[in-house]
Structures are given as structure tokens and as C-alpha cells.
Write a protein that binds this ligand. Structure first.
Ligand code: ADP
Ligand code: MG
Length: 247
């Protein structure tokens, strides 16, 4: 029987910082179109896993295959070209630019067409910026300076800056941190909507939010995989309750 093919295959992934294994022999598999949420106590190694996948940190051993391409051998920009996009824990938008300009800057340069198509290219970028702004609930704020947005709206803008690059694997580190309850609900709906045709990995602590969005949950503890499965099964897992949920 043919082995099932996943979009992302992480196997035996390990990174050691001066002998301390922040990620320790971790394996997990993410399907095409899946929203996977990684949970676990602070220091479990969750952010480091995203650093390894996007090439910010080099693995000590193990492999990360995305749609058949081995990522551990690639440079950060090559990993972006392979279709991997990542949002960091703190929004890294340009505060002094407008929402429109922030999105425009993130439009992939490689897609630009020169010469006679100049006008068409501009129109194409404008249309795409509007489309993405609508998706992230900021269509009415296109000419507003990013510094004037609420914290939640800044988080959405950064999701938009990722979305406009159309990554096949989108990774988000604590996207609803600091958001109101209403904004969290909207963000869950937003993530559900933008998953089509791509895979998403989200790190999050808000269990209500995790329950709203996760297809499957991976629980990490001390760099290792502690448990994996549906949110329903994770909530009942005694080890997970002991090290994380019961806190
Ligand atoms: P989480 O996101 O689950 O809270 P992290 O992945 O940020 O955890 O960190 C896991 C552990 O690895 C922590 O103890 C952290 O201090 C350590 N760590 C992360 N990155 C580095 C680094 N570049 N150098 C040394 N230690 C690191
Ligand atoms: Mg973290």
C-alpha cells in the first residue's frame, strides 16, 4: 500500500542550543488544507518549531519536507519561494505607512510585470490589496496609518501581509494574543476562510479559539510531542491536563 502523502512531514526534528534540546526528536504530519494548532506550556519549543520550518534556525538533525521538498537544506528566502509564510508573535507592520501601503509592500515582487504592462500591473496590485483588505476586515481602513489601528487590527493587517503572498503553508504564532472576544471570533472565521488551498499551523494558548479552528492539535512539552489528535481527545488526555490544561 502506498504511504499517505502529507503536505508537511516533520520527522525526528531536533535542535540543540549549547547542549539544551529545545526541540527533541519531534515528528508530526500536516495534511493539505488542514489547520493544525500547536499548544503547550511556555518554553515547550513551539516557536522554535516555526523558526526551524522557516529556516530562521538550522536543525541539528531530522527532516522537514514540504510538498516533497526538503526544507532543512534551504536558505530562508528559498523556503519562502517554496511557499512557506510566517507571522511572528509580535506584529511587525510599518506603523508610519497606511494599511494600503503595508499590503502593497508585501505583494510578491516576483509577480511584477514590466514594460507595456505597467498600468495593468498597478491595477492588478490595487485590486489584490482591496481583495485582501476585505478578507481581513480592513477595507474601510485602507488609507489609515497603521499606527492608528487597534492591536487586533494590527494583527489582522499582518495576516493580510502574509495572505497577499499566497503561501501554501501559513504559520501564525499566537495570532489572537491581546484581542477582544469579538476580534477572536472574527479571527477564527477569517482563518477558516483563508485555509482553502493551503495548510496552516497556528500556535495559540486560547483554548476556546483552538477549539473553534483546529482540525487537529499537537501538544508539545519539553521539546517533545506529548499528544496529538482532535481537540476533544486532547481535552480528555490526562498527561495534557497535568502539564498544561490543568494549570
Ligand atoms: P515556546 O514558544 O513553546 O514558549 P520557545 O520555542 O520559544 O518556546 O523556546 C523553547 C526553549 O528554547 C526555551 O527554553 C528557550 O529559551 C530556548 N531557545 C529558543 N530559541 C533559542 C536560541 N536561539 N538560543 C538558545 N535558546 C533558545
Ligand atoms: Mg512561543
Amino acid at each position: 500500500m502506498k504511504k499517505k502523502e502529507f503536505a508537511l512531514e516533520v520527522e525526528g526534528l531536533t535542535v540543540s542550543f549549547d547542549g539544551f534540546k529545545a526541540v527533541d526528536d519531534l515528528s508530526f504530519y500536516v495534511d493539505e488544507g488542514e489547520i493544525r494548532v500547536i499548544i503547550g506550556p511556555n518554553g515547550a519549543g513551539k516557536t522554535t518549531v516555526l523558526d526551524l520550518i522557516c529556516g530562521k534556525t538550522k536543525a541539528t538533525s531530522g527532516s522537514i519536507r514540504f510538498r516533497g521538498t526538503e526544507l532543512t537544506k534551504l536558505k530562508e528566502n528559498e523556503i519562502v519561494d517554496a511557499g512557506v509564510g510566517r507571522k511572528f508573535q509580535n506584529p511587525s507592520i510599518y506603523e508610519n505607512l497606511t494599511v494600503f501601503e503595508n499590503l502593497e509592500l508585501s505583494y510578491p515582487k516576483g509577480k511584477k510585470v514590466f514594460g507595456a504592462l505597467f498600468f495593468r500591473r498597478d491595477q492588478e496590485v490595487i485590486d489584490k490589496v482591496r481583495e485582501v483588505a476585505r478578507e481581513i476586515f480592513l477595507e474601510e481602513k485602507l488609507s489609515m496609518k497603521a499606527s492608528l489601528l487597534s492591536h487586533g487590527q494590527k494583527q489582522w493587517l499582518e495576516i493580510g501581509m502574509l495572505l497577499i503572498q499566497d503561501p501554501a503553508l501559513m504559520m501564525l504564532d499566537e495570532p489572537v494574543a491581546g484581542m477582544s472576544v469579538a476580534e477572536r471570533k472574527q479571527t477564527a472565521e477569517l482563518l477558516r476562510r483563508i485555509t482553502k488551498g493551503r495548510s496552516v499551523i497556528v500556535i495559540e494558548h486560547d483554548m476556546k479559539f483552538v477549539e473553534d479552528i483546529a482540525d487537529r492539535v499537537t501538544v508539545m512539552h519539553q521539546g517533545k510531542l506529548l499528544a496529538e489528535g482532535s481537540m476533544e481527545s486532547i481535552k480528555k488526555n490526562q498527561q495534557v491536563i497535568d502539564v498544561y490544561l490543568g494549570q
